[in-house]
Design a protein around this ligand. Structure first.
Ligand code: UD1
Ligand code: MG
Length: 462
């Protein structure tokens, strides 16, 4: 049976008070409505039908491209009226219709799969999701018959004081038999108090036609949280955060304070990694096993190997290989690659640069467009002067080089292996291997005679 999905998004989002449509606000790193679109495409082969209004049409068309079909609801005459706008597109092409909202981003695929299955198994005219909650404000109340089928949904403005006490609430998610829907929806008349065409009247129409409307009660009512105001928005984000954090902990990561740990939906964390408070892990970030991340750290779209330590630092689109460490207070900008066992201390910045295996950059340094070999010591205050005001130029430092404190490496420049620069050198020319240079501009001063011990750089030079 072909299932079509209709996503309602014609609302003005007045209560959200935003210049852009509410459903395009980021939730879990993507527009809120993206999750409805995702669910729809996982349930149906037909592109979902988005019902849009004057305020939402242009931005939503731009966002969805050809992933959705659009119908326009010129006047916001109610949820029933909104679904009716999809009739010309869907009648005769689908035998079942699932209706979702664009502002319910916590909904799980498994819930909708159960709803679809329930309608089918029961041969019901419709199946609908309900929640049982004490906080009922704004929700339609669900009335059932003795067999447990829904006979009516009463909207709050229309409800009697007695009906208002009902704690089973309408979540706003439905699967309809298409014949039933298109036959009965046009019969819904405007409501007495608000004058809207309520989609919720369909339950009563099913009952009076002797057909069944079956409820599916949600075990986790947070799934049906709709976002109307920025207050709801923050609470829903907290729910999403809790779900993600719990999944990370159950997979073997320690979150010292989940309340101040912000992990994106696509982040992966290895076993025995410890995340300290106020840490934000975003985008496609992957973190290996046995790491210590945070506190006060932001990592975006980066790969961190096993046993790394990242303290109070910011890492963007970069790679840190295993056993490397950084921080506090350092910054890897896009294209930084920290090789195995390398060490970055405080107030250091790297951009489009590689720091070789076992190399050290302890303090106040900048590497831009640089390739640093293995076991190099970058002294405090070293700067690659990679930009001449017009162009960026590369710096290459071969293995086992010692760069003295406060050296300026004027790119393009190449420093041969085992070379040394004295403190305060301004290196304007290439330095041959094993050569010592110093001064301004730096000139050769001698030859490095001693063979440095293999792990010279691991002691560093402060
Ligand atoms: C609706 C239900 C209510 C349910 C609640 C759950 C009706 C009449 N009531 O109420 O029983 O408990 O959802 O959240 O359906 N929309 C349009 N065009 C319209 C009106 C609404 O596209 O003319 C869209 C809105 O953008 C929104 C969704 O439909 O995404 C729901 O509309 P909303 O006004 O929030 O309905 P509620 O009053 O919350
Ligand atoms: Mg609502």
């Amino acid at each position: 049976m072909a299932l079509a999905v209709v996503i309602l998004a014609a609302g003005k989002s007045t209560r959200f008070k935003s210049a852009i449509p509410k459903v395009l606000h980021e939730f879990g790193e993507r527009p809120m409505i993206e999750s409805s679109l995702d669910l729809a495409t996982q349930l149906s082969d037909m592109p979902p039908v988005l019902v849009v209004g004057a305020e939402t049409e242009a931005p939503l068309r731009e966002w969805a491209g050809d992933r959705a079909r659009f119908v326009f609801q010129a006047e916001r005459l109610g949820t029933g009226h909104a679904v009716l706008q999809a009739r010309p597109l869907l009648e005769g092409t689908a035998d079942r219709v699932l209706v979702l909202y664009g502002d319910m981003p916590l909904l799980r695929l498994s819930t909708l799969q159960r709803l679809v299955a329930l309608q089918e198994e029961d041969g019901a005219a419709m199946a609908m999701v309900t929640i049982i909650r004490d906080e009922s404000q704004g929700f339609g109340r669900v009335l059932r018959d003795v067999e447990g089928n829904v006979v009516q949904v009463v909207e709050e403005p229309e409800a009697t004081p007695e009906q208002l006490r009902i704690r089973e609430l309408n979540a706003g998610l439905y699967v309809y038999d298409a014949d039933f829907l298109w036959q009965h929806l046009p019969k819904v008349t405007p409501s007495a108090k608000k004058g809207e065409i309520y989609l919720t009247d369909m339950a009563e129409l099913a009952a009076s036609a002797g057909l069944k409307a079956v409820p599916l009660v949600l075990e986790d009512p947070t799934e049906a949280m709709g976002i109307n105001t920025r207050v709801n928005f923050a609470s829903a984000q907290a729910v999403l955060r809790r779900r993600i954090n719990e999944a990370c902990m159950l997979a073997g990561a320690t979150l010292v304070d989940p309340a101040t740990t912000y992990i994106g939906p696509d982040v992966a964390l290895g076993r025995d990694t410890v995340v300290l408070p106020n840490t934000h892990l975003r985008g496609t970030t992957q973190i290996g096993e046995g790491c210590e991340i945070g506190p006060n750290t932001i990592i975006v779209d980066s790969v961190i190997g096993d046993r790394c330590r990242v303290t109070a630092s910011v890492i963007e689109s970069s790679v840190m290989e295993q056993d490397s460490d950084i921080g506090p207070f350092s910054h890897l900008r896009p294209g930084a690659h920290v090789r195995t066992g390398a060490h970055i201390g405080n107030f250091a910045e790297m951009k489009k640069s590689t720091l070789g295996p076992g190399s050290h950059m302890g303090h106040f340094s900048y590497l831009g467009d640089a390739t640093i070999g293995e076991h190099v010591n970058i002294g405090a205050g070293t700067i690659t002067c990679n930009y001449d005001g017009k162009q960026k130029h590369p710096t290459v430092v071969e293995g086992h080089v010692f760069i003295g404190s406060d050296s300026l490496l004027i790119a393009p420049v190449h420093i041969g292996e085992h070379a040394k620069t004295g403190a305060g050198s301004v290196v304007t020319h290439d330095v041959p291997a094993r050569t010592i240079v110093y001064g301004v501009p730096a000139r050769p001063h001698g030859i490095v005679e001693e063979e440095p011990p293999a792990d010279a750089s691991t002691d560093g030079e402060d």
